[in-house]
Design a protein around this ligand. Structure first.
Ligand SMILES: [Zn+2]
Length: 96
């Protein structure tokens, strides 16, 4: 894998959330994106809000043809990953 491919910082991740939800991210970018979502609660919460907003908007305009096709399977996969407790801190006892 090429280092530097895909969003790495929270700012970059937030920047590409729209692209990601729209399905415009490449495979590598999406992988990095998903990995960040699994580790970063703040971005995960943001994505949750974003997905909810789109879902509500889609419901509101259900009769009109919606230009954005939300990849629900992808969002659902992230949501399921978020149900797991974050592994932000590892037990650092007996490491030597
Ligand atoms: Zn983040």
């Amino acid at each position: 894998m090429t280092p530097g491919t895909g969003p790495r910082t929270c700012r970059e991740v937030v920047d590409v959330i729209a692209d990601c939800v729209a399905g415009d991210l490449g495979v590598d970018e999406r992988r990095v994106f998903e990995a960040h979502m699994a580790d970063c609660r703040e971005c995960a919460a943001y994505l949750r809000t974003y997905a909810d907003t789109i879902r509500v908007a889609r419901d509101a305009h259900a009769e009109a043809a919606s230009p954005q096709n939300l990849p629900e399977r992808f969002v659902r996969a992230i949501m399921e990953a978020l149900e797991r407790p974050p592994r932000t801190s590892r037990p650092n006892r007996g490491s030597t």
